[in-house]
Design a protein around this ligand. Sequence first.
Ligand SMILES: Cc1cc2nc3c(=O)[nH]c(=O)nc-3n(C[C@H](O)[C@H](O)[C@H](O)COP(=O)(O)O)c2cc1C
Length: 375
Amino acid sequence: MSKVFEPLEIGKLNIPNRFVRSATYYALSDVNGYISDESVELMKTLAEGEVGLIITGYAFVSKQGQVFPDMNGIDEDDHISAYQKMTRAVHERKGKIVMQIAHGGAQATFAAKGEGDYVAVSLNGDLPDFGRKPRELTDVDIIGIIESFGQAARRVQASGFDGVQIHGAHGYLVSEFLSPTTNHRKDKWGGSLENRMRFLIEVIRSIKKQVSNDFPVMIKLGCRDYLDGTDSLTIEEGKQVAKAIEKEGIALIEISHGRVDKNFRKMMEKINSVEKEAFMLDDAKAIRSAVSIPLCLVGGIRTLSVAEKLVGSGVVDCISICRPFIREPDLVKQFKKSAKTTADCISCRGCMNRDDEGKLHICCRHLEKSKAVGK
Ligand SMILES: Cc1cc2nc3c(=O)[nH]c(=O)nc-3n(C[C@H](O)[C@H](O)[C@H](O)COP(=O)(O)O)c2cc1C
């Protein structure tokens, strides 16, 4: 049997195969981040599709870090009972599920456009323009957010999840601290790489204090920025970060990107040949040379043969997929029974669709609406 269908141990967590559903925001929660029955249905569908490990869409650890009005939240204990329903549904189907937790930082669009608190690592960084200036984080704020991550992780374990994943990529707060393009602080949280990664290290320590010793703490790490012509996070720095967090007891690193420009966005599109797949493979190789903990790679993986090569060669231990599962949540099952060898997804950016009332639906634009999960 191909190695991609063999189990993998991630600390005490044993997953049945090497296919991970990368965290995917689904616009199914209410404005306070309370999940709906539809979210539970979605996770059931993925578990029935035999995905080895499901990672939920990102959940905000505090309202200040809320990116969308309908994203998941994990900022209060009251969320736990609904998530227990979700984890039970997945476990009843023999699936495994991890929650991704996040703070949007200066990319917290919803916080930025609302009346509340909206913060940035430093004000003179390269920030998105939401028409309102954020407030620069104080020392007290930073300590408070670190504590919020710990408290969120405690709730994640109490909800029955099989682990927690820190969102440390895509320009959100952890990534904002790591990148010299957004972190211009002159205190202990900015400047040298050691200072820029201090926030992440403290977040991990805070989480570890709140969960049991054997509870897997994972991260989706923006290992480098993909920004042309600027002094941004390099893969050499990404390797140093990976080494440091391995020492802190991180169970798995999912390799992803930090801040991106339009060239990177092009790499994400029209993945119609195997050459265009796994577009961050070089970063995976670099991180593999630095650490020995389990690694996962995301980004443009569409065919079974590419997945087999990535796992078979040992560059990574598992691979993760986002957009193809929006169209085909049973993709792994189909691969397994040789019903197909390539995902249908054409990476067209047609996953975010608005209905007549302006409500966002995450579904494949090319699928009959009635069949799309999330409609
Ligand atoms: C609709 C949508 C929602 C996403 N939500 C998240 C998220 O909540 N957290 C995250 O880390 N990445 C998120 N991503 C990024 C994906 O997890 C993944 O890193 C990216 O799409 C590349 O993988 P793919 O080529 O398999 O789609 C999202 C992407 C899409 C298209």
